[in-house]
Write a protein that binds this ligand. Structure first.
Ligand code: APR
Ligand code: PHB
Length: 393
């Protein structure tokens, strides 16, 4: 068996793993990534794309911000739509000037992969049968199979950045971890199209037929979502059916302005809130989707992965630099404090904007009253804006 050695072994080449690798590399900490899929497969996944300022700053710190600043769209607000009317949420006015950047997660992943390749850092793609060992002791590592060759990687620390279905969290003894999960009784049918966005800002809409989100990737590429029952298949939805349903749920002005076209991608994503605690087990750390999932309504998924990576990179750089264990000691608590607040915001926003199947009329009226309060109260709008642009790290 071939044996490799590194300081930090990262499982997963999604945005969390790649960003961690880049920040550690910049600080002179050696790292190696094992990724189950090919690079092209990882890049092929369509995901959200609203970046908090703290995420933008971290990508700059990692040296991968150039294209994001050149092609990303800075948004100072978004719109809430209900009862056929839109209401502007002025994020910058409500937060003392903060904004978000609309830049696809696929692009972020692309920039990180390019930077890693340019730096000549080692990533083993198509690494099958990854098994972790020794993270409860002093000599952790992993074994995997690449091109039919079994390889052992020895390291000081393992960063489990392998997502919800990864091996890292699954390797933790069940009595050492607690998980909390809420699954929502609906999904998001997403459609990507090379059509101009219906509005220059995002529109989050609540309609009796279901939630709607109008988003974008650029001035010529749009991303739309419709709330659908979990029993639906994407194949049940022709483009025509999608556009017709979207138009029905939009306010008249947006419905008239909507430009339709052939879909580039169409898929249904389930919605869940999930948190695993703690996030460190000896010399194994969990970061990103490996430890938590948020419903996409608040666009917090990538931003939470980034803040985990901020805390983890600081902790490991502090360890190798000043030989201090403080960051490592406090990693889990620091992450979970921010994670639970983002989980709360995402759950609240999801509940507010998605009518439940067979919703009792009183619930619909209570949500209606909350929406009206939200768009008429400065205090309520400010609280929402503060969470949407991202709580401090
Ligand atoms: N061995 C090696 N790699 C693995 C394994 C395994 N056993 N299991 C999963 N992986 C890889 C996946 O193929 C994927 O490329 O780990 C990577 C995890 O990446 P993501 O799922 O994108 O998770 P993360 O990097 O934490 O990014 C979180 O992704 O889902 C969105 O909304 C979420 O925006 C958030 C972001
Ligand atoms: C997206 O652009 O895909 C997107 C934007 C905002 C969200 C969720 C998804 O809340």
């Amino acid at each position: 068996m071939r044996t490799l050695r590194t300081q930090v072994l990262i499982i997963g080449a999604g945005p969390a793993g790649l960003l961690l690798g880049q920040l550690l590399h910049k600080a002179g900490v050696a790292n190696l990534i094992l990724e189950r899929q090919t690079g092209d497969y990882v890049l092929g996944r369509i995901r959200a794309g609203v970046l908090e300022q703290t995420t933008v700053d971290l990508l700059d710190e990692a040296g991968v911000g150039a294209r994001m600043h050149a092609e990303g769209l800075v948004h100072h607000g978004f719109e809430l739509m209900f009862d056929g009317q839109r209401h502007h949420i002025d994020l910058s006015r409500l937060t003392g000037g903060k904004s978000v950047t609309v830049y696809g997660q696929t692009e972020v992943t692309h920039d990180l992969m390019d930077a890693r390749a340019a730096a000549g850092l080692q990533t083993l793609y198509s690494a099958a049968d990854v098994e972790l060992f020794g993270f409860d002791g002093d000599r952790p590592g992993a074994r995997c199979t690449v091109d039919d060759e079994r390889i052992e990687v020895q390291c000081d620390y393992i960063a489990g950045c392998d997502g919800y279905h990864g091996v890292s969290r699954a390797s933790v003894p069940v009595d050492a971890i607690r998980t909390h999960e809420k699954v929502y009784p609906f999904g998001w049918l997403g459609l990507l199209s090379d059509t101009p966005p219906v509005s220059h800002e995002l529109i989050y809409g609540r309609h009796e037929r279901g939630f709607t989100l109008c988003s974008m990737r650029s001035a010529t590429r749009s991303r739309y979502y419709l709330q659908v029952p979990l029993t639906e298949q994407a194949s049940d939805w022709s483009d025509e059916r999608f556009w017709a349903e979207l138009r029905r749920r939009l306010d008249p002005a947006a419905a008239a302005a909507l430009v339709t076209g052939p879909s580039l991608e169409k898929s249904i994503a389930p919605l869940r809130s999930f948190v695993a605690e703690p996030m460190r087990f000896g010399r194994l750390f969990l970061a990103g989707d490996a430890a938590h999932i948020v419903p996409p309504t608040g666009a917090k998924g990538l931003n939470l992965a980034a803040s985990d990576v901020r805390y983890l990179s600081q902790a490991l750089i502090e360890h190798y630099g000043e030989r201090s264990g403080a960051g490592i000691q406090h990693y889990s608590a620091r992450c979970l404090s921010r994670i639970w607040k983002a989980e709360r915001f995402s759950w609240w926003f999801t509940g507010l904007m998605h009518p439940l199947p067979h919703e009792p009329e009183i619930d619909a009226k209570l949500h209606r009253a909350e929406l009206e309060y939200l768009v008429t109260s400065e205090a309520a709008m400010a609280a929402m804006a503060e969470n949407y642009v991202g709580l401090p790290v």
